[in-house]
Design a protein around this ligand. Sequence first.
Ligand SMILES: [Zn+2]
Ligand SMILES: [Zn+2]
Length: 446
Amino acid sequence: MTPAKDDLWFLPLGGTGEIGMNLNLYGHDGCWLMVDCGITFSAPGIAGPNNISRVQMPDPEFIAGRAGQLCALLITHAHEDHVGAVADLWPRLRCPVYCTAFCASILRRKLAEAGLLETVPVHVVMPDTSARYGVFDVQWLGVTHSTPQSQGLFIQTPVGNVFHTGDWKLDDNPVVGHNINTNQLRGIGQQNVLAMVCDSTNALVPGRSVSEGALYPNLYAHIAAARGRVVVGCFGSNIARVQTLAAVARAAGRYPALLGRSLHNYYQAAVAANIWDPDLTLIQSSHLGYLPPDEVLAIATGSQGEPRTALRKLVADSHPDLTLQAGDMLLLSSRVIPGNEVVVEGLIAQFEQKGLQVVCDDDSRRPIHASGHPASDELADMYRWIKPQIAIPVHGEVPHMQANAQVAKAACVPKQMLGTNGDLFMLAPQPGIRRAAARVGRLARR
Ligand SMILES: [Zn+2]
Ligand SMILES: [Zn+2]
């Protein structure tokens, strides 16, 4: 199964029909281009909170068996479901890897841990630049999302052009970086886009996503009113959120510190990529214990209730840097990933038993979390700007992808193609789907 000169194919091996472990292939003229190579976690809730969640990734057999035809791996952004499996799977792919500086910093740490730093060729791409990979001309396009330097890809071939959105949202005030350049997107919409391959995560959510910049006053209100220590659980990859919290801490007379490995890793990547605002200083977490309670702001990993994370240690009184007491506050500036509800509820109950006030996100009134994915009105905007002939919803379970297809239809996209991992989406010369064309499956990390 090799694409001919007249063919343009899209073949997802992971992340279509599910949320997590994205691995996408584009095929044209004897050549394959891979977009993203991520992991997923088996839900920690299934066997209780002490179960170690297993890392899983797509079985790359289809492309590993023709790795000589694979011209490059492009990574859209630094989230685990897009970059997390590179160190595991690269030995079977052996192609050059391209990503932005922030993502490269995250990836290089993973490669170093796997002993592959000197082996894997990682090339840093400047956001909003163009390059040719094999037979594909690709324009990288900055998009707003919940981690810095996220990119969409405009993939051009002589037989058709595809806009691969990556994960995105629209945000006038993203705190880090800039909103999507809508003029640039309208310009792409003038270039006869055959297909748009699009994030479906929040397609069932009406309206628009909350702006990252809208969270500051709400977080400030909670933190300024607190009398004891404040701990905020959030995703380590969300540098904008960490910066907002550091700014809130300064305004509220508290000292911010990071607790947990992934927060430190992403913070260091942000510093290395010159993304971190140098005016916002953090203190060493080892100093937290010496501060009066009303000067403490700890930003902690583990908002999904994962084992061995900072929040787990804090609730068990086993964190080396900080001990919590009755009267302290926990803010969860995150959403609960579906499947983790029971575990997170258990964690909250444990904090409440210790006498902490726990505040979760309340989307309706004063949100303390903003999603990084487009709600339905944002999807409609994007379809109207890009004007594709075909909408291909990905990055979602079936109901999310169906909702995305509905939005596309309402926005006058002539054709919607719904499929799942392993289906071959033939875009040119004639649109059509060959079901189960490639073998797919999951591998567990060894
Ligand atoms: Zn993402
Ligand atoms: Zn994602």
